[in-house]
Design a protein. Structure first.
Length: 196
């Protein structure tokens, strides 16, 4: 009688995956700007902080929600900016802390924000947003910050999830990220190999 092997079937010759450092990613900031502050001023400071702006969306009225109306007013402008240098994924929490400080710098004496800055990054597969708030679809990235995959790239286009904010679903926003992905494809490079 044949003896049956007790070894589990092998899926590949190598059981463990090889660890590689991630590729650098494309930093962007989503802005909500009140009419009491100059968009040019905000762009200038962000460019000084993160590098030259290489892609800018067409400014749009922010009409998807009234969430910010009490603090910032009801006439807000939505704008997306992307910067020239690529960044490490690990830098996202630090970027979010800096944008929080910039928001505070531009706030009124009563502490009301005049600009909301949501940083994130894009790679070939997804758009990721940083947040100070935890939720079921967010992961902790360190230093008090969380992140979520807001859009995924599927069937040659960016697509939303059930938690994706309404303003990230509109065609103009999806077009911006599609253009940014094409720009990133020409620029991306892997980090040099390191011992982990």
């Amino acid at each position: 009688m044949a003896v049956r092997s007790t070894r589990p079937p092998e899926r590949t010759d190598r059981v463990m995956g090889t660890v590689h450092p991630p590729a650098q990613v494309k930093l962007f900031c989503a802005l909500l700007v009140a009419p009491t502050i100059s968009v040019d001023e905000v762009e200038t400071v962000l460019a000084q902080t993160y590098g030259a702006i290489v892609l800018r969306s067409t400014p749009m009225p922010f009409t998807q929600t009234t969430y910010y109306a009490c603090e910032m007013g009801s006439t807000l402008t939505r704008l997306y900016l992307a910067f020239d240098p690529l960044i490490s994924i690990a830098a996202l929490a630090t970027v979010k802390h800096m944008t929080n400080r910039l928001e505070a710098m531009w706030s009124t004496l009563q502490g009301q924000r005049r600009v909301n800055i949501d940083p994130g990054y894009l790679d070939l597969a997804k758009v990721v947003l940083a947040s100070t708030k935890d939720h079921s679809h967010r992961l902790y990235i360190g230093d008090g910050m969380f992140a979520e995959v807001t859009l995924r790239y599927r069937q040659h286009t960016f697509q939303p999830w059930e938690w994706t904010y309404p303003d990230y679903r509109v065609p103009a926003t999806l077009t911006f990220f599609q253009q940014l992905r094409e720009l990133y494809k020409t620029q991306r490079r892997p980090l040099p190999s390191t011992k982990l």
